[in-house]
Design a protein around this ligand. Structure first.
Ligand SMILES: [Fe+2]
Length: 169
């Protein structure tokens, strides 16, 4: 039985679950926590859903569930990240965020990576390598993106909201 170990991995402030082994590697159990709060309720709730989907996918694989379930979850992840990015980008446009083009480009690059993961799943099935890649590509990316780009953007939007400056208003 895996033992929970709150070692508070300093870079991400997430917890590792010792014993979750994939391909001989211990993988982090991604969980949204207050350290990842941008302060925007809609964005934060969507981030929580994305972390839940990453964990659902990993757990489906770990418990030997059908490939169909892994496919369903990656499909959800793909669709939901597209929706989430669209909402974030709309907010940036509404508040005339100066770094919008760059932020959007980062989102677009991520979408390409997820598409590649889907291709990998189609070609090779839900292998150890695939699940590891999902974890690293999506899980790590989300944590780093939230703490970097999203924090910056949310702080900007928040300051504009306080000043009552909405582009489209
Ligand atoms: Fe973002």
């Amino acid at each position: 039985m895996p033992s929970e170990c709150s070692i508070g991995f300093s870079r991400w402030s997430i917890h590792y679950t010792v014993g979750n082994m994939t391909g001989g590697r211990i993988v982090p159990n991604y969980a949204w926590n207050q350290d990842l709060a941008t302060g925007n309720a809609v964005i934060d709730n969507q981030h929580k859903q994305l972390f839940t989907a990453v964990n659902t996918l990993f757990n489906a694989y770990k418990s030997g569930k059908e490939r169909q379930e892994v496919e369903r979850t990656i499909e959800f992840l793909m669709g939901y990240s597209i929706k989430h990015f669209a909402d974030e980008e709309k907010l940036q446009q509404e508040y005339d965020y100066p770094e919008y083009p760059r932020h959007r480009q980062i989102h677009d690059e991520f979408k390409v990576e997820v598409k590649e993961l889907v291709e990998m799943l189609i070609q090779e099935g839900s292998t150890d390598e695939f699940v590891n890649k999902v974890y690293v590509t999506i899980g790590e990316w989300l944590v780093n993106h939230i703490k970097g780009e999203d924090f910056k953007m949310a702080a900007y939007v928040q300051s504009k909201m306080l000043m009552g400056k909405r582009q489209s208003a």
